[in-house]
Write a protein that binds this ligand. Structure first.
Ligand SMILES: [Fe+2]
Ligand SMILES: [Fe+2]
Length: 375
């Protein structure tokens, strides 16, 4: 039985801005966020190494570990104002006359307000990366427990260490080098809740390894390309080396598993992928940043949507440049009646379907090994 868009994401129109911005966290003052889950913990007595691609990935993971404390230069001083002045952003575009927001509540903003907005925007982005990394840490710990294959348990254990390192590195950068922090975005939190409350082990993979990590890899790539700040640049290079392996792990594992699923089961995975895609798209509206500046986000965001170059943000589309080819490689795009292809077409991201998938890319992205070979 297939579901409607309303069943999948709780609203009929995926682009309903009032509904999207109406979603907020209710437990923002709590330290602990508790999600109930019932999963099967699987032992396997088959220790045979029968999956060479996963074995190879595991060997790579063991030799490409790095240390947040000693491999990065934490004495570097970060000047956020200078940094945002060097980085293209919405404030720069408005001041250059490329975007006209004069009819919105930020029409009177000058250089000072926009600089402040851009600083807060980068604080917000790093905060969301940090929370997403914790999601990855918990999901991979779960995968160690629930995946039935020994090669996958071995590999996932290395990823748990990688993700702990990512939480550590983003947490340290955010709290030592940046001026403020933000709680988890409600859409990202809902997606992580959905992933960790699902009892099917492959859904943990699909949600985290393919969707969240695929988007993270694209987003880190952007930030790495744009930033001039040497500490952030190096830490992103190293994090991306790890993330490329993580996405490969998802692609290699699910490719095998999906071959054994029937059409109805594949459709459930397509629907989950679509829900995850929308949650991730919605999390990038930065509503909390506008709110912290005393601006009602809906007025500015609606104006930009209706008057932007394509009525929508091409930057947001680029975030799907890894996810769409990976879904295609897994057969999710065209399975059944091509349902997911239609949905990805509707949200404007299908053009990435033939971009490089991430099954093998990790070898060329191993920046840690490159630096070691050079020194
Ligand atoms: Fe990570
Ligand atoms: Fe990861």
């Amino acid at each position: 039985m297939s579901s409607s868009t309303a069943d999948i994401i709780g609203r009929e129109d995926p682009n309903d801005l009032d509904a999207i911005l109406g979603i907020t966290n209710t437990d923002v003052n709590e330290i602990i966020h508790d999600v109930n889950a019932s999963v099967d913990t699987l032992f396997t007595w088959n220790y045979e190494r029968s999956r060479p691609a996963l074995s190879k990935l595991y060997e790579k993971a063991k030799t490409s570990q790095w240390n947040v404390t000693t491999d990065l230069d934490w004495s570097i001083d970060v000047d956020q104002e200078k940094e945002v002045g060097n980085t293209p952003g919405i404030g720069m575009a408005v001041q250059a006359g490329l975007i006209d927001l004069s009819q919105t509540p930020v029409g009177h903003w000058g250089k000072k307000e926009w600089t402040n907005f851009e600083i807060e925007s980068s604080n917000w982005s790093l905060s969301q990366f940090l929370h997403g990394e914790q999601g990855a840490l918990l999901c991979t710990a779960r995968i160690v427990e629930t995946v039935p294959w020994i090669d996958a348990k071995y590999y996932a254990a290395t990823q748990v260490m990688d993700e702990a390192r990512h939480v550590e590195v983003f947490g340290r950068y955010l709290y030592e080098k940046m001026s403020s922090q933000y709680p988890i975005n409600a859409h990202l939190r809902m997606l992580l809740d959905d992933i960790v409350s699902d009892s099917r082990w492959d859904i943990t993979y699909l949600g985290m390894q393919i969707m969240v990590e695929g988007l993270a890899l694209a987003a880190f790539g952007f930030m790495h390309m744009l930033t001039q700040e040497p500490l952030l640049k190096k830490l992103l290079r190293y994090v991306m080396s790890d993330e490329a392996r993580h996405v490969a792990f998802g692609v290699l594992s699910l490719q095998e598993f999906y071959q054994g699923l029937n059409q109805a089961e594949i459709r459930e995975r397509q629907e989950f992928a679509f829900e995850a895609a929308l949650r991730m798209r919605d999390r990038f509206l930065q509503q909390e940043v506008w709110e912290r500046q005393g601006v009602n986000p809906i007025e500015v965001i609606r104006f930009m949507r209706e008057n932007g170059p394509q009525g929508d943000d091409p930057f947001q589309h680029m975030l799907f440049s890894k996810i769409v080819p990976n879904c295609k490689k897994l057969g999710l795009l065209d399975a059944g009646d091509g349902w997911l292809r239609e949905r990805f077409t509707e949200i404007g991201v299908i053009q990435f379907e033939d971009w490089a998938d991430t099954g093998e890319e990790y070898e060329s992205l191993d920046e840690v090994a490159k630096d070691r070979a050079a020194s």
